[in-house]
Ligand binder design. Structure first.
Ligand SMILES: Nc1nc2c(ncn2[C@@H]2O[C@H](COP(=O)(O)OP(=O)(O)OP(=O)(O)O)[C@@H](O)[C@H]2O)c(=O)[nH]1
Ligand SMILES: [Mg+2]
Length: 672
């Protein structure tokens, strides 16, 4: 067996991860918006005589030193000893995709070009002459379909051929006589230092002209660095006098000229591009006036469906746990052990698991929205409305909408943002987006007070999260994160019919996370809560005199101005710091301890809240410090506790202010 290390590189959203998953049988995140893969993933498989190591790289448009994913991809090509790079490209947008290909050619990467999305290319009547293109580029070009593995055999044999006969793909690049001559002078100088020759000299020469900080640093180590830098300045100056443009633009134009030539020779396209289905749908969905309404209607429909479809299943699970609890009680009798199992574990963990159906549905809808391509449109819509008012970078909206699912991947998704300040700001806002872990909290409050218009109350809560995030953004942008954000074009992916398998897998991955939490952190918290609830330092059996009750009573006054100064609410909020579902588990165990058992969580909520204080409590749990996992993700991504703690402070203060306003304005308006 021979070992082969193969990297999958290409623009965002062209199907790299789909190829990767098909090859390795793994389940990395696939969706229909640019920027899903943010960290390289590795997998293995065997084919013929070869043992493959495949690396799925984050998508990027360039190989400059501007953003983290670009550096990850470029380091992989330059430093790792990969045998072959498979450049996956979107055949329906070949011109744009080839810009990265050309840059990889400058690096001399041992390339194989995999044309994917041919179904879309055919719909647009683009006819690609693969053989001619391969000849012009000087390496193999293969047509594939990542979704059904068409062409994978041809692809793998092309990879194996390329591995046995590595090529310097920079050979076929031609950048015009003028530029070639000047680059030549610079290359000659670079080639005098062997230490600079781990990459083709044309790459180093071009990157010096582009003022690439990492390459400049490397060249500065050279013994002839002053000569090289002087020559670079000379060439740049010369190019400027001829073209009246900076060296960077001259190089970019030369790349496009090469691509134009290639396209003209090898691709036949209709003189006027056909209007695609995506164009037709987008005339409505991204229409300036209609877009915000469509966004709100979709969200509203999502909550309505989640609740109406989920409710019967939820009841079934609830009853099943009730029966389980009774059945266990017949064995264990009336003692402490029975209380531990029934109230502590079944009440706590079971209370949370009841919400499994609505959580599954919510993730199902989010996966469909993500996979069909609407997620990027939602971000586009919010960007259009918000960029000017709030000064928030448009790319921040994708992580924010992902935050409706779970904050942890949402925080990681901020990596595609180039400007550090913008990225930090986006991370501070993600926790305000209502993640699915909070859904069970709203569900029990809706059941207790707002059963008749649950969907509307939920929509209000989610919109509250968005509005508060935007207000906080506007404030932070004018204080902590001053400065202009880099403008950018939001890319709108082609609408795709979501694949059933993809959506189900996606949903299952998320649901698995929820179940894991139920078996670990929620279980642990339920046990701790039950113990604290059964210790009575001063004797008696009044729940409020238990250790838990006393802790809650001590803290409760803090929340009195917000309308829920009861010891139960205080305990739930503190416990919810671990994970938001624990708020529900807390009410579950507390309800188990009440005198008349059957009444359950809903009655406990009904007795300890009013509709107004319930809404204020929902808003507080929406906005206050997210779970440990989200705090940990921010620490991880920023490499410092500073930002994690800043986020905790921002969310706590915001939650207090907003809940205070809701409760007190509500009182004045007579809702008390
Ligand atoms: N119609 C069609 N859709 C495809 C094809 N290949 C992939 N897709 C879909 O294209 C979308 C993007 O695929 P991914 O594999 O996530 O793309 P990626 O290149 O890994 O994207 P990033 O990680 O964001 O850079 C998904 O919705 C896929 O289901 C194809 O050949 N035809
Ligand atoms: Mg990917």
């Amino acid at each position: 067996m021979k070992k082969l290390i193969v990297g999958l590189a290409g623009n965002p959203n062209v199907g790299k991860t789909t190829v990767f998953n098909q090859l390795t049988g793994m389940r990395q995140h696939v969706g229909n918006w640019p920027g899903k893969t943010v960290e390289r993933a590795e997998g293995h498989f065997t084919h013929g005589n070869y043992e493959y190591d495949v690396v799925d790289l984050p998508g990027n448009y360039a190989l400059s030193a501007h953003s983290m994913e670009e550096i990850v991809s470029r380091d992989f090509i330059v430093d790792d000893d990969s045998d072959v790079i498979v450049n996956v490209v979107d055949a329906a947008n070949l011109e744009r995709n080839l810009y990265l290909t050309v840059q990889m050619m400058e690096l001399g990467a041992n390339l194989v070009l995999a044309l994917n999305m041919n179904d879309f290319a055919k719909k647009k009547d683009h006819i690609i002459d693969i053989d001619l293109m391969s000849e012009l580029l000087g390496f193999s070009v293969v047509e594939i379909n990542a979704k059904n593995k068409d062409g994978f055999d041809v692809l793998l044999s092309a990879v194996e051929k390329a591995a046995s006969k590595p090529k310097n793909t920079s050979a076929k690049l031609s950048y015009g006589d003028e530029l070639k001559e000047h680059l030549g002078d610079l290359q000659e100088l670079i080639e005098r230092d062997n230490k600079l020759l781990d990459v083709p000299s044309i790459w180093t020469a071009i990157k010096l002209l582009e003022k690439d900080s990492i390459v400049i640093q490397k060249v500065q180590q050279s013994s002839i660095s002053s000569q090289i830098m002087a020559e670079t300045d000379k060439v740049a100056g010369h190019l400027h006098t001829i073209y009246k443009e900076g060296a960077e633009e001259v190089v970019a134009n030369a790349r496009y000229a090469f691509i134009d030539g290639l396209m003209a020779e090898a691709v036949k396209r209709p003189a006027v591009e056909k209007e695609t289905i995506t164009d037709k749908i987008d005339k409505i969905v991204t229409n300036r006036i209609l877009a915000p309404f469509i966004f709100i209607i979709l969200m509203w429909a999502m909550f309505q469906l989640t609740f109406t479809v989920g409710a019967p299943f939820q009841d079934m699970i609830d009853q099943a746990f009730g029966m389980l609890s009774e059945w266990v009680a017949t064995f264990l009798g009336d003692g402490l052990l029975s209380s531990f199992v029934c109230d502590g574990i079944i009440g706590g963990v079971g209370g949370v698991l009841t919400f499994l159906p609505i959580i599954i549905l919510m993730f199902l809808f989010l996966s469909i929205l993500e996979d069909c391509g609407y997620l990027a449109r939602a971000a586009f819509t919010l960007d259009k409305i918000m960029h000017k008012i709030v000064g928030l970078h448009g790319k921040a909206f994708i992580p924010m909408i992902l935050g409706f699912g779970c904050g942890v991947p949402a925080i990681m998704a901020t990596r595609t943002m180039e400007n550090e300040g913008d990225r930090m700001l986006a991370m501070m806002l993600v926790p305000f987006m209502s993640c699915t872990a909070r859904l069970p909290i709203y569900a029990i409050f809706v059941a207790a007070f707002f059963a008749d218009n649950g969907g509307n109350v939920l929509l209000a809560i989610y919109l509250l999260g968005i509005v508060v995030a935007l207000i906080v953004a506007a404030i932070l942008k004018r204080t902590m994160f001053k400065g202009l954000s880099t403008p950018f074009v939001m890319e709108l992916p082609t609408y795709k019919v979501p694949s059933l398998k993809g959506v189900l897998l996606h949903t299952w991955e998320k649901v698995k996370g929820f179940l894991r939490k139920a078996g670990t952190i929620i279980l642990a918290c339920s046990i701790v809560l039950w113990i604290l609830q059964n210790i009575f330092p001063y004797g008696g059996s009044d729940p409020q005199m238990s250790l838990l009750g006393m802790i809650g009573t001590a803290i409760a006054p803090i929340f009195a101005p917000l309308g829920f100064g009861t010891w139960q609410a205080a305990v739930a909020i503190i416990a919810g710091l671990a994970a938001k579902e624990v708020v529900v588990a807390t009410f579950g165990t507390l309800a188990g301890m009440e005198e008349d058992d059957e009444e359950g969580i809903t009655n406990l909520i009904h007795d300890t809240f009013t509709p107004l204080s319930a809404f204020s409590f929902m808003a507080f749990t929406l906005l206050y410090t997210p779970c440990f996992a989200a705090i940990g993700a921010i620490k991880q991504e920023t490499n410092s506790y500073k930002w994690a703690l800043t986020m905790c402070a921002i969310t706590l203060v915001t939650a207090f202010i907003v809940s205070f306003l809701i409760y007190n304005i509500g009182l004045l308006a007579g809702f008390g």
